[in-house]
Design a protein around this ligand. Structure first.
Ligand SMILES: C[S@@+](CC[C@H](N)C(=O)[O-])C[C@H]1O[C@@H](n2cnc3c(N)ncnc32)[C@H](O)[C@@H]1O
Length: 394
């Protein structure tokens, strides 16, 4: 049994979240998702035009004497969240117009740094039955870190792929929880505010890694714990109500985690690009030597500024071969070869050799600058010292 301080991990604990949060060690949590009471303060019952009663959130857990009391409560649980979140961690909180502005102010006063507010647009919202206001069709999520300089996890490329190669936007269209997903007991909704699993899927997949610890102080029907377990994360969740803890625990027990290899963020691990100039600086390609096309029909000389010159054309490795081939663009990395001991060696191979030698540790990082990287050279290996690496002198 794995533990976090004195509390068992991968478990939904019953109790007041402020008391339970106090038992969690400082800087130990990777991701917190909080769906606190909304303080809806609904007055009276609400009926549809056909006189059927609307199942609104009217639970005791959502009732506060005043806004001041709500703020005090928010401040207490949120300060604990700040304390237990790792510097690299993400904090998410969801709310409606009833509470999100108060929650957002408290969050910023505590010291959290807001990265985004996400609008969850409900594709199937409950209508405004009285016809007195606009249809309230969204909720707001705030995504924050502990400070401006936090080195947080964000799987940007995965999010882009998820959105058909377009940058994932801050408005998420997701239906409210319904159908088979909705937990029912004796045919009745087990929890009045069960969040859709898609919402938690997007949050957990974008801002945490497999094996990370995900915490939910207001677990309800256990959506966060269920999705975290499915995605190979550890979880710890709290709820005051014994009934909710029971249904959530039963729900989570049925979840089978996705196999580890399927959870890898392969798309994020793209190799950094090595520019042609780096090969010259390190002596993989020599200034003044000739590059050749594979069939030997074309050749061009390497100039000191990493451009090529051939047949009166001067340009990059890409531009010169494109010009030879009378094309707009061509990939110079696959076109050009150098002669090494009477064999032709592709410059792309030299680039791989370079990556293997100098960048193998860089590839482990999730936070690479893909388009350009700065490398500091050891002086004895600068482009001034070629050594004997088999380059033919020209
Ligand atoms: C908005 S609901 C969370 C719903 C949940 N996200 C889901 O998908 O089912 C808030 C939950 O917080 C619980 N709660 C309220 N005050 C609490 C407190 N002080 N400590 C622990 N749980 C509390 C309520 O019992 C309720 O289940």
């Amino acid at each position: 049994m794995e533990k976090l301080g004195v509390l068992e991990l991968n478990k939904i604990h019953q109790g007041d979240c402020i008391e339970l949060l106090k038992q969690i060690p400082d800087n130990s949590i990777d991701l917190i998702f909080a769906d606190p009471p909304y303080n809806l303060q609904l007055n009276g019952e609400l009926y549809r035009p056909n006189q059927t009663k609307v199942e609104a959130v009217n639970d005791a857990w959502d009732k506060f004497e005043s806004n001041e009391e709500y703020d005090k409560f928010t401040s207490l649980w949120m300060k604990e969240c700040y304390r237990i979140l790792k510097n690299s961690g993400s904090f998410w909180v969801i709310g409606t117009y009833h509470n999100i502005f108060r929650v957002g102010t408290i969050l910023q006063n505590i010291g959290f740094w807001v990265l985004n507010d996400i609008i969850w647009i409900k594709t199937n919202p409950m209508p405004n039955f009285k016809g007195t206001r606009f249809n309230n069709a969204h909720e707001t999520l705030i995504w924050a870190t502990k400070s401006k300089s936090s080195n947080y996890t964000f799987h940007y490329h995965s999010m882009k792929v998820m959105n058909d190669d377009l940058q994932m936007r801050s408005d998420w269209l997701i239906p409210i929880c319904q159908g088979d997903e909705r937990i029912k007991v004796n045919g009745q909704k087990a929890h009045s505010t069960q969040k859709p699993a898609e919402l938690l899927y997007r949050i957990i997949i974008s801002t945490s890694n497999p094996g990370d610890i995900v915490l939910d102080p207001f677990s309800g029907s256990g959506t966060t714990a269920a999705v975290a377990k499915r995605l190979g994360r550890k979880f710890i969740a709290f709820d005051r109500e014994e009934f909710y803890v029971r249904i959530a625990t039963e729900r989570v027990e049925k979840i089978k985690p996705i196999e580890k290899p399927l959870l890898e963020y392969k798309i994020e691990k793209r190799k950094p690009k090595v520019p042609f100039g780096n090969l010259i600086e390190k002596g993989f390609v020599k200034i003044g030597e000739f590059l050749y096309s594979k069939d030997g029909k074309f050749s061009a000389q390497v100039l000191a500024d990493a451009s090529l010159e051939g047949n009166g054309i001067v340009g990059s490795i890409h531009k010169v071969c494109a010009s030879f081939l009378k094309k707009e663009n061509h990939n110079g990395w696959t076109f050009w070869y150098v002669k090494r001991q009477n064999n032709l060696v592709s410059i792309d191979q030299l680039r791989h050799d370079y990556e293997k030698k100098y960048l193998k540790n860089e590839n482990k990082s999730d936070k690479l600058e893909f388009e350009s990287i700065n490398i500091f050279y050891e002086p004895e290996e600068s482009f001034l010292n070629y050594g004997d690496n088999g380059i033919q002198s020209v």
